[in-house]
Write a new protein. Structure first.
Length: 261
């Protein structure tokens, strides 16, 4: 069993979350499972296939650093919170069909996105013998790109956290640090990390349909963050803050650059 094993693991993983969510009537726990799901799936594939190559270890460690940090961040924020307003509204809209629709449109759809975004990572873990003869140059480049993205995500989140904790600045936009060069350094960083992982995938010597198809991973996550669930959703709230128009006019939304004059 190859890449389909990843699909099976993801299906079971989100099935468990669906059952728990149905019992406690809180579908927003699916968000807690997002980052952790990549980590769980990658390491299950690693140990099931029992091919302990350096390529797999490098990729899985990088995914774990990202996924566990995201899991902890969302768990800490949501663990005792009520159901998120988005899921609460869907629950009201779906009425008696909330259980089957939540299964398909929340949990299985999340699983599909996880499979697509993590395709390269999962392919490496189910394909044997890739660590013999891969390009170390591409591996190093990919890891450096990943570190660059991780820096933007971690530092951007830290700066925002400190800003929010400062009650004197609570009503003001975050416009310093990395936020001076991009309105969303954390989202930019996350997208860059997945491009770094894709470069590592390209370093593997085996030509495969799944290897080249995995370019869809960074494309999808970049598109989602920039145009769907990341930037647009957050900026709907940010637009209410004083000084938004001026900040948005001179600061790039996604890719960092010097402020416009």
């Amino acid at each position: 069993m190859g890449i389909e094993l990843a699909a099976l693991v993801i299906f079971i993983y989100f099935l468990v979350f669906f059952v728990v969510a149905t019992i406690i009537k809180n579908n927003s726990i699916v968000d807690i499972g997002w980052g952790l799901g990549f980590v769980v799936t990658a390491w299950i594939l690693f140990f099931v296939k029992a091919d302990y190559g350096i390529d797999k270890i490098i990729v899985n460690v990088l995914v774990s650093l990202w996924g566990l940090r995201l899991f902890y961040y969302i768990l800490k924020r949501n663990i005792f919170a009520e159901e998120d307003f988005r899921y609460k509204k869907w629950r009201e809209d779906w009425g008696k069909w909330v259980v089957p629709r939540a299964f398909l449109q929340v949990f299985m759809l999340q699983g599909l996105f996880m499979f697509v975004v993590g395709l390269g990572v999962f392919w490496i873990n189910v394909t044997p013998g890739l660590d013999s003869g891969f390009s170390w140059i591409l591996v190093v480049i990919g890891v450096l790109v990943w570190i660059f993205g991780y820096f933007f995500e971690v530092v951007g989140d830290y700066q925002l956290k400190k800003h929010i904790a400062n009650k004197n600045k609570l009503q003001k936009l975050m416009t310093t640090g990395l936020w001076k060069y991009t309105r969303h350094p954390n989202y930019f960083g996350e997208a860059v990390m997945w491009w770094g992982l894709f470069i590592v995938v390209l370093a593997m010597p085996t030509d495969s349909f799944w290897k080249y198809l995995s370019i869809i991973s960074p494309i999808v996550i970049t598109y989602l963050l920039r145009f769907v669930s990341g930037v647009p959703m957050l900026e709907r709230k940010m637009k209410e803050a004083p000084g938004w128009d001026e900040y948005a006019k001179k600061t790039n939304a996604f890719i960092p650059w010097f402020p416009k004059k």
